[in-house]
Design a protein around this ligand. Structure first.
Ligand code: GLN
Length: 493
């Protein structure tokens, strides 16, 4: 069962080949066996999971239930889930049992999916390695001395190790795509506004976007169909007609299924190794994958994103500014951590925040408060917003010349645990290829495209606004012609 795609599992459930309770048990057993080595989950609650599975089985027996009915899903612990501990991997929320469901959880549960557990992550989604979690670092199933990427590293490790068939993630600057790349998964960050942020604990609201992480584009399309949709409770949710994100996947296709597709190759992504900071081995695999796209009928064109080099600095100003504002709500008063001892109200706030937040979160709050402060606002925050517009304009111009932009997802394969923790700037550069996509609000995805010294490497696909179906199709056609995405880490088959 564990090697099956979501579509195949869904078929097995519909055919009564297996029940949701049996399938959920199977994954719960795998979690019990493998999670101690990976630390991919913060919370597992078999009783709640199996109750949900029982309901799904009853629904199926009554002839109801869509494709996700009875499918176990790992949910990133950033999504508020009623009755579940929802910690965002922070000490601040280590005791927080959510009284309500996030929009995404509501949609998944509404479709009959089962929460198989809540996944570990970087604290408040700030990081690229899943090492900043209050609950300890997540390990990469491809090499447990290495990071799975972040911030959705628990979701990535869980799916890669077959502890769940698919998972949710969130991506503010690369947190779906980079862990997908480092763990050999397919992940898509949709256009900003497509997936509801209601109940998704806010890091940088203008950049945060939820999305699916799974083995294939086909599975991602299936999950995105459930996750996406208008939500009046999120003021940035887009009111659009529902789409079938997998609509292009089933079309019959010959040997050149991507004939007519124009792939843009930004010179800023493919410059010299020193300039782009990309490992030569990653670059070679990315170029090989692009060659495969040419064989599938696609054409490539050289393009330029001239302001690309400004994306990391602009992002860290904007994301930190928004984080400092969003995280001001954690004051120890109504919920979350409160220091056990304090002198007065102010001291209670100060001590609760000092003890409740980890070092990286504090760093962001300090930077954010600084760049928003009187006298520095114009020089930093406003300037970063101007750069953001320039970057979005670069993409808009580029999409006049091509349909999809391709490049590496991450400049390196999985690095060692501890290797970058003491050097935040090095850590920030892990997202050098992904961050601009969030600044522009575009959809982006990562797909498995080979191995460098036995570690997975991802190819990034960036689309124009609302081009998710096209991206998924471009990924799907590559996956029909390759088997990288089906590889399973040793010891987890
Ligand atoms: N690594 C980036 C950061 O630390 C992006 C994280 C994310 O996408 N949530 O902000």
């Amino acid at each position: 069962m564990i090697e099956r795609s979501l579509t195949a599992l869904s078929r097995a459930l519909a055919a009564r080949e297996i029940s949701s309770v049996e399938l959920t048990r199977l994954y719960l057993e795998r979690i019990a066996r493998h999670n101690p080595a990976l630390n991919a989950f913060i919370t597992v609650d078999p009783e709640q999971s199996l109750a949900q599975a029982g309901t799904a089985d009853a629904q199926r027996a009554a002839g109801a239930g869509g494709p996700l009915c009875g499918i176990p899903l790992a949910q990133k612990d950033i999504f508020c889930s009623k009755g579940w501990l929802t910690t965002c991997a922070s000490r601040m929320l280590a005791n927080f049992v959510s009284p309500y469901d996030a929009g995404v959880i509501e949609r998944c549960n509404g479709a009959g999916a089962v929460i198989v557990g809540k996944t570990n992550m970087d604290e408040f989604a700030m990081g690229s390695s899943s090492e900043t979690s209050h609950f300890g670092a997540v390990r990469n199933p491809w090499d447990t001395s290495r990071v799975p990427g972040g911030s959705s590293g628990g979701s990535a490790a869980a799916v890669a190790a077959r502890l769940a068939p698919a998972a949710t993630g969130t991506d503010t600057g690369g947190s779906i795509r980079q862990p997908a790349a480092l763990c050999n998964l397919t992940g898509i960050k949709p256009t900003y506004g497509v997936v509801s942020r209601y109940g998704m604990i806010a890091y940088a609201s203008s950049l945060d976007q939820g999305g699916p992480m799974a083995h294939s584009a086909e599975d991602c399309a299936l999950l995105l169909n459930t996750m996406a949709g208008f939500d009046a409770r999120d003021s940035t949710s887009l009111e659009r007609d529902a789409e079938d994100y997998g609509r292009e996947l089933s079309a019959a296709a010959g040997a050149k299924p991507l004939a007519g597709l124009k792939i843009g190759l930004p010179k800023e992504f493919f410059g010299s190794a020193e300039k782009s900071g990309c490992s030569a081995e990653v670059m070679r695999l990315v170029e090989t994958a692009i060659e495969e796209y040419r064989k599938l009928g696609a054409q490539t064109v050289d393009i330029s994103l001239p302001n690309m080099h400004l994306s990391v600095p602009a992002y860290y100003v904007i994301a930190s500014a928004e984080a400092s504002s969003n995280l001001s709500r954690f004051d120890g008063v109504r919920y979350g951590y409160r220091a056990p001892q304090y002198a007065d109200l102010n001291d209670m706030y100060a001590k609760s925040r000092a003890q409740g937040f980890g070092a990286e979160v504090k760093r962001r709050i300090l930077i954010g408060t600084y760049v928003l402060s009187h006298g520095y606002y114009d020089a930093y925050y406003l300037q970063a917003q101007r750069i953001r517009r320039l970057i979005a304009n670069d993409f808009i111009a580029a999409f006049k010349q091509c349909d999809v932009i391709m490049g590496p997802t991450s400049p390196s394969s999985a690095f060692r645990i501890g290797e970058k923790v003491s050097d935040p700037v090095q850590m920030y550069l892990s997202d050098i290829y992904t961050i601009a996509v969030n600044l522009a609000g575009l959809p982006g995805m990562s797909i498995p495209s080979g191995f460098a010294a036995d570690l997975p490497v991802g190819l990034q696909l960036i689309g124009d606004y609302f081009a998710e179906a096209r991206l998924l199709n471009a990924a799907h056609r590559y996956q029909q012609a390759s088997d990288w995405h089906l590889r399973c880490p040793a010891g987890f088959a």
